[in-house]
Design a protein around this ligand. Structure first.
Ligand SMILES: Nc1nc2c(ncn2[C@@H]2O[C@H](COP(=O)(O)OP(=O)(O)OP(=O)(O)O)[C@@H](O)[C@H]2O)c(=O)[nH]1
Length: 692
């Protein structure tokens, strides 16, 4: 449908419009969305009575998350729930509607927990259900921990064909330790090879769950979802420990920066998602952050259903979003408590002070900590994009508070940031979002985990009374290195410790023999191995984190035909013998390519990286000598021969436009590279070298 004429007046454009047989009521579109040729997809807007009815008593509210292993159907179930409750119109095209980010749509995975308030009629009562769809991949388990802080119950979804998998177990324990009501649900019962009886047995034995409490559904076709909605109301308790007559307190559990609205002057700055624990908050109130002490006027309040619906107030027990002229992203700290200005309140539990290098903090059941993070340097492709990248990173960390951030600089790449992620997929998604949502493509340096170094220095200190006699004093210094460029040179005086991870692998028995050697190759130490059921085995390993963060999961999938699943948790630091391998290109040390490795693997890994560089670096107009070195000793070397690349070589005849196109394409290719010294390095080289 094309709108050819627009009357622009205020920031929100209200329109009564009739399309074929459907009447669209009060269609609210920010006018700036529209131009004379904008295609508008009409959706029937919810009747106003729902907004008035957001005033639900506590006993009619249910807050819950959907948790599961990756791809077990969380977002599909959220679609069906939204359809059944009328939040969205039933439509064949409703596929993962809560996955709003471009990167989520492109990859078909959820990376951000998303919520929606929906309305459900049951037993002659209207209920307000606040649903949170969570990601399933291990790299985003922090999102699950963050979400359950605003819930009293979870739907634990298990694929009736695949059964319990590694993240099913991990997510179960997040909910279990948070003392939430768990509704176990078997999904995909429509599949020909679904094994509901077998999987029920598994759930019963692994989680000690009563088999009669397990519901069976097909999220794809909607089978059983009505019964699930009834179970949500009947089994999950209303918000506990909420008091509407007490002074206002709310937990800030997510925040983001809506650059579109800011640009269009619809609001200023940061949007905060809150769970109101006590009291009421209304538009116009003055609120204060407990942790920064700063106060703001509440400009807008809304709930998501799943689109934004403005309302005037939120009451205890409800979740919603507010904007309050918070300009600095560092002022919206996840886990912070908001209260009315000047009022003394007890802060809500779960807030962790940000460390000086981190601009973010963690809430509730904290699953992400320093040990398990993977660090990489992030730099703008063009050095004059520095400021734009700074702004983009700040805004994105607001919406992804599990990342850790500090400033760093590199001789070759200039000023940049050292960023800690929860895994390589997380890193990849973060960088893709920088490019897609903020238009700031980046160069990422070789990732590294954070190592602990203990340096012991023995000093002879003169005794006070006698100038000749001395006492021997040992000074111990402990520090963390997450950038190989900062690895200490004085190897003799240091002890090196690497972060360890306790990993759980669940696999069909047939693949155990394929998995054992890859675990051994990555210095894994088997802690336990036992049958999960008649066909599957659960293996517990202790691995150096460094060995599994890059591509272990891919290799595991490949040797088990995609059947093995994997989850890991922190297992502290262990003393080990580590060395730094430096990479020299034509005699110049490229610190951004250096990495830390166990001494026993240095030779093999050094050679592998040199060969990888031969594959990855484009041939240039001169020869490139690649060397892997430990201190100054060369442990491996390779050479890339020179080439003179004439892109016009095949372009006979005088077609100027074709020649121009070829030259332009070549120039664009070069833009995507980074010059280090006089050598062009493609952007992905720093990560590719670490992969098998
Ligand atoms: N046959 C069948 N397929 C389903 C069902 N539910 C989900 N699927 C399919 O399973 C795949 C994964 O579904 P998603 O809803 O994206 O899974 P998810 O758990 O949200 O995935 P992540 O958020 O990335 O962890 C999609 O192809 C769905 O169409 C079901 O009940 N039956």
């Amino acid at each position: 449908m094309f709108i050819r004429y627009l009357r622009l007046g205020n920031s929100l454009w209200n329109l009564k419009y009739s399309v074929t047989n459907k009447t669209v009521k009060h269609l609210c579109i920010p006018f700036c969305h529209l131009s004379s040729s904008t295609t508008v997809h009409f959706q029937e807007v919810r009747e106003k009575k729902f907004e008035e009815k957001l005033d639900y008593p506590l006993e009619l509210i249910r807050n819950f998350s959907i948790i599961a292993h990756i791809d077990h159907g969380k977002s599909t179930l959220a679609d069906r729930i939204l359809e059944l409750t009328g939040a969205i119109k039933k439509n064949e095209e409703n596929k993962q509607v809560l996955d709003k980010l471009q990167v989520e749509k492109e990859r078909g995975i959820t990376v951000k927990a998303q919520s929606a308030s929906i309305f459900y009629h049951h037993n002659n009562k209207d209920y307000l259900l606040n649903l949170i769809d969570t990601p399933g991949h291990v790299d985003f388990s922090y999102e699950v921990s963050r979400s359950v802080a605003a819930c009293q119950g979870v739907i634990l979804l298990v694929d009736a064909n695949q059964g319990v998998q590694a993240q099913t177990v991990a997510n179960f324990y997040i909910a279990f330790t948070s003392e939430l009501t768990i509704i176990p649900v078997l999904n995909k019962i429509d599949l020909k090879n679904a094994k509901p009886e077998e999987v029920t047995e598994e759930i019963m034995t692994i989680f000690d769950i009563d088999p009669d409490s397990i519901l069976k559904i097909s999220a794809k076709f909607g089978t059983g979802v009505d019964d699930l909605l009834k179970a949500i109301v009947d089994r999950i308790p209303p918000p506990t420990n909420c008091d509407r007559s007490a002074p206002f307190r709310a937990l800030l559990y997510d925040s983001w920066y809506d650059k579109y609205k800011v640009r269009m002057l619809i609001l200023v700055g940061v949007i905060c998602q809150i769970f109101v624990v006590d009291g009421t908050i209304s538009v116009g109130d003055q609120i204060q952050s407990h942790h920064t002490g700063k106060s703001y006027e509440v400009k807008n309040i809304a709930y998501l259903s799943p689109d934004e619906r403005p309302i005037q107030k939120l009451l205890a027990g409800q979740v919603g979003i507010l904007s309050a002229n918070i300009r600095e992203t560092s002022e919206a700290l996840i886990g912070d408590t908001f209260h009315l200005k000047g009022q003394k309140i007890e802060p809500l539990p779960g807030f962790k002070e940000p460390t000086p290098m981190a601009i973010i903090c963690l809430v509730h059941v904290v699953t992400c900590n320093n040990y398990l993070q993977v660090y990489a340097g992030i730099y703008p492709i063009e050095s004059n994009d520095q400021l734009a990248l700074k702004n983009a990173i700040e805004k994105l960390t607001l919406n992804d508070s599990s990342v850790k951030l500090s400033v760093e600089s590199s001789n070759a790449l200039g000023q940049g940031w050292r960023v800690g992620f929860l895994g390589l997929l997380h890193m990849d998604v973060f960088n893709t979002r920088l490019e897609q949502e903020h238009g700031t493509p980046v160069v990422v340096t070789t990732p590294s985990v954070s190592y602990k170094i203990i340096r012991r220095i023995v000093r002879n200190i003169p005794k006070q009374k006698s100038k000749k006699a001395t006492v021997v004093k040992e000074e111990v210094e402990e520090f963390i290195v997450n950038n190989p460029a900062r690895w200490p040179e004085d190897a003799a005086n240091i002890e090196t410790y690497e972060p360890m991870a306790k990993a759980t692998i669940i696999t069909p028995e047939a693949y155990v023999q394929n998995i054992l050697p890859i675990c051994e190759e990555r210095r894994g130490e088997q802690v336990d191995i036992k049958d999960l059921d008649s066909k599957r085995v659960i293996m517990v390993y202790k691995f150096p984190l460094n060995e599994i963060v890059v591509d272990f999961f891919d290799e595991l999938k490949s040797v088990s035909s995609g059947y093995a699943t994997f989850d890991y948790e922190d297992a502290g630091y262990e003393l080990t013998d580590l060395v730094k391998i430096g990479i020299k290109l034509n005699g110049n040390l490229v610190d951004e390519l250096s990495f830390i490795v166990h001494r026993s693997k240095a030779q093999v890994v050094g050679r592998k990286i040199c060969l990888k560089l031969v594959e990855t670096l484009p041939r240039q107009l001169f020869q490139i000598a690649i060397q892997a070195v430990i201190n100054s000793k060369v442990i491996a070397r390779e050479t890339i021969r020179a080439v003179k690349k004439d892109v016009l070589a095949k372009c006979y005849g005088g077609d100027v436009t074709r020649k121009m196109k070829l030259l332009q394409r070549q120039a664009e290719g070069k833009k995507r590279m980074k010059m280090i010294g006089n050598i062009e390095i493609p952007r992905n080289t720093f990560i590719e070298v670490l992969k098998k």
